[in-house]
Write a protein that binds this ligand. Sequence first.
Ligand code: SF4
Length: 349
Amino acid sequence: MEIPEGRAGVSGEGSRRRVLLAVPRGSCAGVDRAVAAVENALEQYGAPVYVRKQIVHNKYVVRSLERQGAVFVEETAEIPEGSIVVFSAHGVAPSVHDEARRGKLATIDATCPLVTKVHKEAVRFAEEGYDILLIGHEGHEEVIGTMGQAPGRIHLVDGPEDVLKVQVRDASKVAWLSQTTLSVDETVATAVRLGERFPALVSPPSDDICYATQNRQSVVKQIAPASDLLIVVGSKNSSNSVRLVEVGLGHGARAAHLVDFADEIDERWLEGIATIGVTSGASVPEVLVQDVLAWLAERGWDDVQSVHSGTETQQFSLPRELQRTRAELFQTSGSDLPTSLVDEQEASG
Ligand code: SF4
């Protein structure tokens, strides 16, 4: 879509107030699946259902699931024996499954299938004897989960400046992978530098940065040059939301801010501006974007123009664990059946 000039800095005083609304935006197939997994588990097995880490990185989603009976914890060690735990969309290391078994927990794995794809690539490369260079952000849950797939074989590369620091066993046997929610441009730049340092570097069989991350960045690149201000709805610990702010600033937005809720928008951001770009990260429910649009409309920004960059049809089915009874869930998780469920299991044969 061609976006006519209109920002205050280009057209001067009197420019028309308008909002450029990014499409696609907001929650992706992996987030929808993870949230539905918790809701479904609560409905099927009853509260409480424990969730290790935030199911997705969004405050609103977490609070709403808490109200329904989900209990969020940082580690499985905090969960009472005989409970059900859901693992978040960001994925976990195999060692976390082992901890859950030792803690006599039944597990439902809501890892996004696109993260699982990266896990499988890591395992395969490690089995074939490669050292794996994982482009990603230190400390991010997805990175911790992916590194745990092949301990000792995966080396984190947190941006181009890490390329010269990384040490491998054999420079002729090196592959790279990436976190799913990175900046596409920065990841390409890092991979190019890795290729210069390791000419035999093997690339992943397909893009690791997921479709949702790529699409949301792509439309922000379209609206940023015309935006005096870019508002990204998303939480500060959401990697893909933070990347949208950076991509916006890198592609011409004069200012960009991340907000969880409309009431975090500062009226001073609106002084002397005409065009506001609005988008949201892949873990954000649409209701929060609509709140922002309503907030802006009350202040005169009621002309909303959608800017499209493709359509999304991706959907993932629920984790198959949810098709099981509570007793079966413990058995397939490899955990001892809680005494309260032994009778139920015997009765079912
Ligand atoms: Fe999956 Fe991408 Fe969504 Fe993460 S952002 S949950 S990888 S689709």
